[in-house]
Write a protein that binds this ligand. Structure first.
Ligand code: ADP
Ligand code: MG
Length: 462
């Protein structure tokens, strides 16, 4: 009928606008490289903040002792206790706690009191074999996955919130001071020895077990990347050049934006309605917080303008963020012949029943379009880093030089079709020869371990 044709027009037009041919991906990668240079040249020189991490030495494997880590960055936070010794024999204990949603948009003190309280409870479970030497203070690596302008390895102020957090009185505050004050309030004696972004933690954790790790990328609720830069390639760095000659840079690549990005009307309205309009545009096209929401917005348009779900618009479909990326992923991976999973998700989440197989196929196709665009744009971002570091091609005399990208985040870990599309695109962009030397590797929860390792190498007792 005319309505079906209209719905297909909406889908095809969206597909068209989402197109990511290799030529476009190369433009995105080049734009990423240009912005990296600009962000390294001066503060405020680019949408990419290219934050200096103060990590100029990565773990070697010689770190020892018991250290704590805390990972705050999404809907859950984790507390971790590790006993470092041999690389293959790290003892890890952790606990995951979900953050009450009201604390994500409340007062700074309340959030940190909650975190310190949970940390104190975890410390109380310390066993015989996880004790620190008598008379010493416990030390912590704090993974904090929001943009922070650091002033040292263990100090820095919050630039802004992302990913659904919005605690106004925390912006501009020193995050380590806030945590330290909260720990004092709950009577916990612990020193914050390292403040790291999750990308930097993942890079450190990855390097600990693999010396070829040169960058880390997070694809979870949000997206971000960090990499090892030459210290003398950072014009805005005012300090002495570190002995190692290197500095880890937290790109904050989620805020990347370029005219080459295939933005659609749905992305624009999603951005307008978000907590941070105009910011994190790349993140909003790629990461787990948003992919399902883009799908919902296209379906809503199809319902409103082409009666895709019948003559009334399903009211649940009007609710922002109701369709989560894990549910989108489940529909996308539905391998039953009659797309039973799609039918169930539509019914359970959107209260839409009686869909035809033909409609369900369209929904799978829509998931494919949105996931593929995100995966291919992520690959282009990685190519940008490889180009900036001169690792995108095979060099004479270094034919065997491997470059490993440590990956983490629930989206990369669980969304198989996204992960596969990203890997395929990487190979396509690099070509056969270069792709043999570039390894994209899941570094599951490297960030907690990485923060503990950085706490160890910046310990007050070293
Ligand atoms: P965070 O990024 O919040 O620190 P994670 O790295 O665990 O936490 O990522 C969680 C995110 O990963 C979720 O918000 C969701 O978007 C995405 N995710 C989790 N499971 C799946 C899944 N099965 N399929 C697709 N995406 C998933
Ligand atoms: Mg995380």
């Amino acid at each position: 009928s005319g309505k079906w044709a209209k719905a297909m027009d909406i889908l095809r037009e969206f597909e068209d606008k989402c197109g990511t041919p290799i030529s476009k991906l190369r433009q995105v990668a080049d734009a990423m490289t240009v912005e990296m240079h600009a962000g390294l040249a001066s503060d405020g020189g680019s949408k990419l903040k290219m934050l200096i991490s103060y990590v100029d030495n990565l773990p070697t494997g010689d770190e020892t002792g018991v250290f704590y880590a805390l990972d705050l960055g999404g809907t859950n936070f984790r507390v971790l206790r590790v006993k470092l010794g041999e690389v293959e024999n790290v003892k890890k204990e952790f606990q995951e706690v979900s953050i009450p949603p009201n604390l994500m948009i409340g007062k700074c003190e309340d959030l940190f009191d909650f975190i310190a309280g949970e940390l104190a409870k975890f410390v109380a479970t310390e066993g015989e074999d996880m004790q620190i030497p008598a008379g010493t203070q416990r030390e912590l690596g704090f993974t904090f996955s929001f943009p922070v302008k650091q002033s040292s390895i263990a100090g820095g102020t919050l630039v802004r919130w992302t990913k659904g957090f919005n605690i106004e009185d925390a912006v501009g505050q020193d995050i380590v001071e806030e945590l330290t004050k909260a720990m004092e309030r709950v009577g916990l004696d612990m020193r914050v020895s390292a403040l790291v972004n999750d990308t930097v933690g993942t890079l450190a954790g990855g390097r600990y077990s693999d010396p070829d790790v040169i960058a880390a990328v997070i694809l979870g609720t949000g997206t971000n990347a960090a990499y090892v830069e030459r210290a003398n390639a950072i014009p805005k760095w005012q300090g002495l050049l570190p002995k190692s000659g290197e500095m880890v840079i937290n790109m904050e690549w989620g805020n990347f934006r370029s005219s080459h990005l295939p933005l659609t009307e749905y992305d624009e309205s999603l951005d307008n309605d978000s907590l941070n309009p105009g910011e994190q545009i790349y993140e909003k096209m790629i990461s787990g917080m948003y992919l399902g929401e883009v799908v919902r917005r296209v379906l809503l348009k199809m319902a409103e303008e082409a009666e895709f779900f019948g003559d009334t618009v399903p009211s649940k479909l009007e609710k922002p963020f109701i369709l989560r990326t894990p549910d989108m992923s489940a529909m996308h991976h539905d391998s039953t012949p009659d797309l039973k999973v799609v039918a169930t998700k539509l019914k359970d989440i959107l209260e839409i029943s009686n869909t035809s197989l033909k409609m369900r196929k369209v929904i799978v196709e829509l998931c494919e379009i949105v996931a593929t665009r995100g995966a291919r744009l992520s690959a282009a971002g990685i190519l940008g880093i490889l180009k900036k570091t001169g690792r995108d091609t095979v060099k004479k005399g270094e034919e065997d030089q491997k470059s490993v990208i440590a990956m983490d985040g629930g989206l990369f870990e669980h969304y198989t079709k996204f992960r596969n599309s990203m890997q395929n695109t990487m190979n396509e962009l690099l070509g056969e020869e270069a792709s043999r030397n570039i390894i994209i590797k899941l570094s599951n929860d490297g960030s907690g371990l990485g923060a503990a390792l950085l706490a160890a190498s910046h310990s007050q007792y070293r």
